[in-house]
Design a protein around this ligand. Structure first.
Ligand code: ACO
Ligand code: OAA
Length: 451
């Protein structure tokens, strides 16, 4: 047997080794995906950071779907969004402070915090050149590797004392935009023959402005672009302990591992197309649908195509409509509602109303088609999630698709670090170690000469 044949044989074994009867989950009362029958999540922890609300639990009755709410440290994110919008100021730094400290900063605290972030943006020369040398097209992957490089250059990398954790949190939050901008330019230079532009971060700019500056250069972004990005960062900063990447940070932190290993793991989780990577998938799907649908306002044509997607007959044959559905939200994801309004206004300004109307119609028809397709098999209402409009918004402010998911990480690093700090510091902490029931048959060991 040659090695290719062996790989083939090993691959075929997956059908057998990975087969587990679905009814066994019911038999042993195993909650698939840590989810209850009614789709609500199995309670695995307590937190004081984010609260994600999509339904009400009524005594002795089924869950009641309600419009989604997202709360950061007790404060409704919609209130934060409204306030920064009305006051025409940047809100991500304040949000980060709120998530890390548990309260809103005073003007003086915010000013000092902005200075602290500014001071921490630069990457030491050695790490910078190591990052620039990293090969690869995927910036999420480069970001994860860059974070591991930071471990090498941190003299206190393994110190998990509260003070050091807070210092590492601020440093990572400040450096993520720099790393992402460098990684993007390096990728562009290496693979697309473009000029290698390595800008020093600028003081006195908000995180959103500095990222746009580092990515696009002076005079290549507007005040509105920066405000839109800032709002997106505020909306993506935190989402409770149960989302896949934050749970990853909590699981890895509970083993006592270092910050960089834990954050790299979370980046890997967020990249997944069912999680943060969906913002890219939505745009790919949208671009496909723009070509595949002849009449962008023909509801019948659109619905029959979406049905084919769900039946795995067209597009990538995965059967998923990206940007639709959520583990917690039912009637609405509050972030998608805000991003949809932003997308509408921006599309108007950029002369892309027709595309926006098509995307908005897709949202409505995807939900209808999904409910009709699933019929009685799904006892849950679905809605557009945060990823449905974000890519379109980023595209309109001139951001390249390669940074869509990294922007999510640039915001979520705040929530991740708040959860890591909580996981390592609450009194009743314990290593996260659930159980798996083994459902295989016992077999006798056969000596090599008898096989
Ligand atoms: C930042 C974020 O992570 S937001 C989520 C981003 N991800 C996406 O947009 C990808 C598309 N959406 C999905 O895959 C899902 O809705 C998820 C992963 C977000 C949530 O999945 P689940 O927790 O399984 O959702 P839920 O319990 O509501 O699923 C009910 C059923 O509908 C299916 N379903 C849910 N959403 C979709 C969708 N968009 N397209 C097709 N089928 C879907 C599920 O696979 C599940 O099918 P099953 O009963 O045959 O197993
Ligand atoms: O909560 C989830 O499962 C996914 C999500 O929306 C997020 O992490 O922002």
């Amino acid at each position: 047997m040659n090695t290719d044949e062996l790989i083939q044989k090993l691959t075929e074994s997956i059908k057998v080794t990975s087969h587990i009867d679905t009814e066994l989950f019911t038999k042993y009362n195993v909650k698939r995906g840590l989810r209850n029958e009614d789709h609500s999540g199995v309670l695995v922890g307590l937190t004081t950071i984010g609260d994600v609300v999509g339904y009400e639990r009524q005594e002795g009755a089924a869950l009641k779907a309600i419009p989604g709410k997202l709360i950061y440290r007790g404060i409704d994110v919609e209130e934060i969004a409204t306030s920064i919008d009305q006051e025409k100021r940047f809100g991500f730094e304040e949000t980060v402070f709120l998530l890390l400290a548990g309260y809103l900063p005073s003007p003086d605290e915010l000013k000092t915090f902005n200075t602290l972030i500014s001071e921490q943006r630069s990457i030491e020369e050695l790490s910078k050149f190591s990052i620039l040398q990293l090969q690869g097209h995927d910036i999420m992957n480069i970001l994860a590797r860059s974070v591991m490089i930071m471990y090498t250059f941190d003299d206190n990398a393994d110190d998990i004392s509260p003070e050091n954790l807070m210092k590492q949190a601020v440093s990572l939050i400040a450096k993520f935009p720099t790393i992402i901008a460098y990684a993007y330019h390096s990728m562009r230079h290496n693979y697309h023959g473009q000029t290698l532009a390595i800008r020093h971060p600028k003081d006195n700019l908000s995180i959103a402005e500095n990222f746009l500056y580092m990515l696009k250069g002076q005079d290549h972004y507007t005040e509105l672009d920066a405000r839109v990005l800032d709002m997106a960062l505020v909306l993506h900063a935190e989402h409770g302990g149960g989302n896949n990447s934050t749970f990853t940070i909590r699981v890895t932190s509970s083993s006592g591992t270092d910050t960089y290993s834990s954050v790299a793991a979370a980046i890997g989780s967020l990249k997944g197309p069912l999680h943060g990577g969906a913002n890219l998938q939505v745009m790919d799907m949208f671009n496909h649908l723009k070509g595949a649908i002849h009449n962008w306002s023909d509801e019948q044509e659109i619905k029959s195509y979406l049905l084919k997607i769900l039946k795995k007959e067209v597009y990538n044959r995965k059967g998923l409509i990206y940007g639709i559905g959520h583990a917690v939200y039912t009637i609405s994801d509050p972030r998608a509602v805000i991003l949809r309004d932003m997308a509408r206004d921006l599309a108007h300004e950029k002369g892309r109303d027709q595309e926006f109307e098509f995307l908005e119609l897709l949202e409505k028809l995807a939900i209808e088609t999904f409910m009709e397709f699933k019929g009685l098999n799904v006892n849950k209402q679905v809605c557009a999630n945060v990823d449905f409009y974000s890519g379109f918004v980023y595209e309109m402010i001139g951001l390249p698709r390669e940074v869509f998911t990294p922007i999510f990480a640039m915001a979520r690093i705040a929530g991740w670090m708040a959860h890591r700090i909580e996981e390592l510091n609450f009194e009743s902490k314990r290593i996260i170690r659930p159980a798996y029931k083994n459902v295989s048959d016992r077999k006798q060991y056969l000596p090599l000469n008898k096989r």
